[in-house]
Design a protein around this ligand. Sequence first.
Ligand code: G4P
Length: 498
Amino acid sequence: MLPSADQNEILRRRTFAIISHPDAGKTTLTEKLLLYGGAIHVAGAVKSNKIRKTATSDWMEIEKQRGISVATSVMGFDYSGYHINILDTPGHQDFAEDTFRTLTAVDSAIVVIDSAKGVETQTRRLMEVCRMRKTPVMVFINKMDREGKDPFDLMDEVERELQIKVTPMSWANGQGLKFESVFALNQRPKDVSGKLAEDLEMVDGVYPEFDKEAYLRGELAPVFFGSAYKTIGVQELLDFLVANAPSPLAVGAEERVVEPMEDKFTAFCFKIHANMDPNHRSCIAFFKICSGKFLRNTYYYHVRKDQQMRFAAPTCFMAQKKETVDEAFAGDVVGLPDTGNFKIGDTLTSGEKLHFKGLPSFSPEMFKYIDNADPMKQKQLDKGVNQLMDEGVAQLFVSQLNGRKIIGTVGQLQFEVIQYRLEHEYQAKCKWQPLQMYKACWIESDDDAELDMFKKRKAQYMATDKEGRDVFMADSAYVLNMAQQDYKHIQFHFTSEF
Ligand code: G4P
């Protein structure tokens, strides 16, 4: 076990992500949290991962903005004796996979919802990941200063759409033009009358008391109302968060469960941020520390490479500044400058051979064959594709029928990013051939005979992922449904971890 001073450091850490559909107010809320932490002093300072709407079709512009956002990938600051790490997630849905992976590195999440729009698609998808991982979530219903949906209807919608029990912790006094303030329900004003009195009676009658254990199990979401823009209801959220959100949690590795207070250091890589400048082909590999303490210039064991490595210039992220750190603790994220040693999912330890679980791949939404367009540069192409996949830019499948390579992405932009980077960083040229595909499903079964039969009969649909697992590439919902009906002993998974 770590010395108690180090344990206290870990206990005061709160590492979380803010997730939402674009435009719900994530950037504004993040900025207000930073203002409370004294980490920034003026509104508008957070450039963040927010990708401006005007730039959505111009991915170079997006990359430039993502470049700026390295500094805001993690925003660390102190508040009221706690150390907060906010992990930023890209707003653009074509980079949703980045967001999924970032969620594997947090101990809790805040879901921001626009009071006029209610629960939107991106929120629903991100919440699926939280549910899968049983991540504790708090809900912030934003933009109460605008005419929006009725608060009780919003509570119902959140419960139904996000499939989680809800209980309000704060309540809004008015809404839209009449919106004045919010108050914590356990500090409600005396002598209220009119609609507010009726509302509060209803709140008391309908919702359960906050049950911290249920929240920590990911079964109950405390709900807050407010306006990030007007800085109303934000402090209630933040105070509740530091008091109730979990400090770093135990993390499951294939070999055993790793506890944050162990004195041995462990960490896993959940994100790699490439430098887009071809003259500086360095990356930053982001590691979430799972246990112990990280020290600069100390040798750690890179499990996959079976090699000791030390880092002279690790960075941590305080507010918007990237700074070299001498030490960091479980719960923190360190950025390690890298020139191709790391890939997503890599583990660093004090010597133990550990492999962390929980970095699933999700079925991509779009698929294309990737072909070599310059016969002299086959090697460069292979190397580039492999490295980009290790970085997590997209997913690679190899058809079992004809050995052709298939790239799967969440959105069109990723194909453009890959093509550009292959040309500029690897001097390789690729061509795309469209592929009509519905979903990639990882398959497994206890019934080997049925599995073999399936693979034989569906040979033209079978592919192998980069870990060597069998993947069924269904070209339509119909084909998938039929397969599910005909092969009752085969499970079809839409994530690579099950
Ligand atoms: P995002 O990161 O989730 O995409 O959302 P962001 O914070 O950028 O907010 C999206 C828009 O909603 C911004 O307006 C922002 O000012 C506004 N907004 C955020 N919170 C509130 C709120 O509580 N009340 C109201 N009325 N508006 C809010 P914009 O016009 O797109 O940008 P800007 O010109 O204000 O920066």
